[in-house]
Design a protein around this ligand. Structure first.
Ligand code: NBP
Length: 480
């Protein structure tokens, strides 16, 4: 193929995500090479959408690679895990040093680090890239989180920024950091999404069971909330889902859906990595566990038969006041969940030497992705003011927000406990707030217990050094 006919970039893997991404590229004027393991998908894409731009279809991977300008830029959009490795193995045999392989699937960042190291050995750039926004985002503008080398971003950046979502004219795409940084940030994004959805679900549950509002009324409450601090895609679609009526039964849709939430695993990964890094992401963890609990139907059925709730529950005296309390509790709990997620990104950046600009992450999540929200602007401002902020909660704007909300937040957690309505997200977020601001934590007693049974030693508040008390022999204290 003549050089001038070659494609600027290629996409291999043309299921829903890959084809939409290829169409997005073509619509932005990039000549895009397309390939899929089974050629039928390639044919369908070109037949149905060929008029949208300049596609170069290839049946074999070798022809696909041959149709690309050098240095070659290949986006892989296949099933994460084994299929991604299979495609990489085949591709590397056809590529030359300097070429770039972008994995846009939902890979675990540790796999991305492994693949990046292996391809670097061969002089190839491997760019693990988080892409958020689902199929709609892939087509119309996702939030894009590329990792990999700065050099590869010089080539890929202009293309990826062009097809990403835009907010205030700014692309929702930036170079996150080396090797696995992009996929790590995408993973935490998904973890935050879990927490956000859990908090929204708890707010719905409380408004329904404690204040007695129906699904349609709660839809209106969320619609109203979407014009304030809580403005976000998830709050917007909550109003849509709650307002939807099931055609078959005439009941609110939310009442006919089975109450077992599923998960694909990125929330679990976020919590597993947080445990490794020693970062308390309680909001995300509660969200993951709440989904697990919802799926334990046999346990739930057994418990429903023998475990009663409170004997009497007083009704809410002032519904409007309660709705406002729940709004504030939701906002404060959400701030905690985001603060924890950003803490996890910072901890990973320190561990892997990634130098991630946290404010820039908030910027690229403002559009295209599921957690897009007005208040991400505030997160960007917070890190712009102080990039070493110890916690988002101590930034003046967020501190002010949670302080203002705290009375309402406490009332909501009390009301949930009194009514026997589970609110693990709200209550653990409040406990996190209280733990963080406590001058003394009962961890001192834990240290005492550890020293008692295991001679694990402790430090004192009034002297330097490590100490051990001879608990079984006169209880004298010795230097450890
Ligand atoms: P799938 O995850 O369903 O994967 C299907 C694609 O993988 C097809 O093109 C299939 O080819 C190809 N494939 C498989 Br399976 N095994 C292969 C192999 N051994 N060699 C070559 N190709 C193979 O597609 P998707 O739902 O479009 O998702 C693509 C990626 O994007 C995934 O990693 C997914 O996790 C991620 N994703 C992201 C979002 C998001 O919001 N960011 C949403 C959905 C998915 P075939 O046609 O020949 O079978």
């Amino acid at each position: 193929m003549a050089t001038e006919q070659k494609a600027r970039i290629g996409v291999t893997g043309l299921a829903v995500m890959g084809s939409n991404l290829a169409r997005n590229l073509a619509r932005h004027g990039f000549r895009v090479a397309v390939h899929n393991r089974s050629a039928a998908k390639t044919k369908t894409l070109v037949e149905q959408h060929g008029h949208e731009g300049d596609f170069v279809a290839a049946e074999s991977l070798a022809d696909f690679v041959d149709s690309l300008q050098t240095p070659r830029q290949v986006i892989i959009m296949v099933k994460a895990g084994g299929p991604t490795d299979a495609v990489i193995d085949e591709l590397v045999e056809l590529l030359e040093p300097g070429d770039m392989v972008v994995d846009g699937g939902n890979a675990h960042y540790a796999d991305t680090r492994r693949r990046e190291a292996a391809l670097r050995e061969r002089g190839l750039h491997f760019v693990g890239t988080g892409i958020s926004g689902g199929e709609e985002g892939a087509l119309n503008g996702p939030s894009i989180m590329p990792g990999g080398s700065p050099e590869s971003y010089q080539h890929l950046g202009p293309v990826l920024e062009a097809i990403s979502a835009k907010v205030d004219g700014q692309p929702c795409c930036t170079h996150v950091g080396p090797d696995g940084a992009g996929h790590f940030v995408k993973m935490v994004h998904n973890g935050i999404e879990y927490a956000d959805m859990q908090l929204i679900a708890e707010a719905f549950d409380l408004l329904h069971k404690v204040a007695g509002l129906g699904a349609g009324e709660i839809a209106e409450v969320f619609r109203g909330w979407n014009s304030g601090d809580l403005e976000s895609y998830l709050v917007e679609i909550t109003a849509e889902v709650l307002g939807h009526v099931d055609e078959a039964t005439g009941k609110p849709f939310v009442e006919v859906v089975a109450d077992q939430a599923e998960q694909k695993g990125t929330g679990r990964w976020t919590v597993q990595e947080a445990l490794e890094l020693g970062v308390p992401v309680t909001g995300i963890a509660e969200a993951v566990f709440a989904r697990s609990l919802s799926g334990h139907t046999e346990q739930r059925a057994a418990a429903q038969k023998v475990l009663p709730g409170p004997s009497s529950v007083s009704s809410v005296a002032d519904r409007d006041a309660f709705v406002e309390d729940v709004r504030q509790a939701l906002y404060a709990s959400k701030v905690v969940a985001y603060a924890q997620g950003f803490d996890e990104i910072r901890a990973a950046a320190d561990t892997y030497d990634w130098d991630i600009d946290l404010g820039a992450m908030a910027t690229i999540w403002r559009g295209g992705c599921i957690i897009r929200a007005r208040f991400l602007e505030r997160i960007k401002d917070a890190y712009d003011t102080n990039k070493d902020l110890p916690s988002l909660l101590v930034d003046s704007y967020f501190a002010d927000a949670v302080i203002k909300a705290q009375e309402a937040w406490r009332r909501v957690v009390v009301a949930a406990a009194a009514a026997g309505v589970p609110a693990p997200g709200f209550s653990s977020a409040l406990s996190y707030y209280d733990a963080l601001r406590s001058e003394r934590l009962p961890a001192a007693l834990i240290q005492g217990l550890r020293d008692f049974f295991g001679a694990h030693t402790y430090r004192r508040v009034d002297r330097e050094g490590s100490f051990h008390t001879l608990w079984g022999e006169g209880r004298n204290e010795i230097d450890a």
